[in-house]
Design a binder for this molecule. Structure first.
Ligand code: 4NP
Length: 160
């Protein structure tokens, strides 16, 4: 199963989601069953590693972030099974690309936090311009949502 996490710059939120999900499937012995990647709707940081503040916060939880930033392409909408977006803007942009790609777009596109149990908010706040607490908060949200996502992929529940 192929999973793509998407945010704006692909250096904070979606690389964190990618790393958290990779960590989770490794813990559960499911690594071989997944291909996991992340991308940004913007291209400013292409080729960059995850933001060092996000890497440090993840590392304190034993989570490695292997991402190198890239920009999402139309082709991703047919090569991935599931695309998880971090905020409303990402969701709108990816859905716009899906419309442009027409019937070739086969991935499901959903807000990442639709899988979180502890949050009613559907947006992962962008931590880029804030303090250290923002990175911890993003990881808390993503750890929760990644568990919900994996549980749902293993035993799908009916969602609106
Ligand atoms: P991300 O955060 O979308 O979570 O990777 C951002 C990183 C960089 C910028 C914006 C958001 N930027 O404008 O450079």
């Amino acid at each position: 199963m192929k999973i793509l996490f998407v945010c704006l710059g692909n250096i904070c939120r979606s690389p964190a989601a990618e790393g958290v999900f990779i960590h989770l499937i490794a813990q559960r012995g499911l690594t071989e069953q997944f291909l996991v990647d992340s991308a940004g709707t913007g291209g400013w940081h292409v080729g960059h590693a995850a933001d060092h503040r996000m890497q440090a916060a993840a590392s304190r939880r034993g989570i490695h972030l292997p991402s190198r930033a890239r920009q999402i392409e139309l082709n991703d909408l047919e090569s991935f099974d599931h695309i998880l977006t971090m905020d409303e803007d990402n969701l709108r942009k990816v859905k716009g690309m899906a419309k442009e790609f027409g019937r070739r777009s086969t991935a499901t596109i959903r807000p990442m936090l639709s899988y979180a149990k502890s949050s009613d908010n559907l947006e992962v706040p962008d931590p880029y311009y804030g303090g250290a607490h923002g990175f911890e908060h993003v990881l808390d949200l993503l750890e929760d949502a990644c568990k919900g996502l994996l549980d749902d992929l293993i035993a799908p529940s009916i969602k609106s």
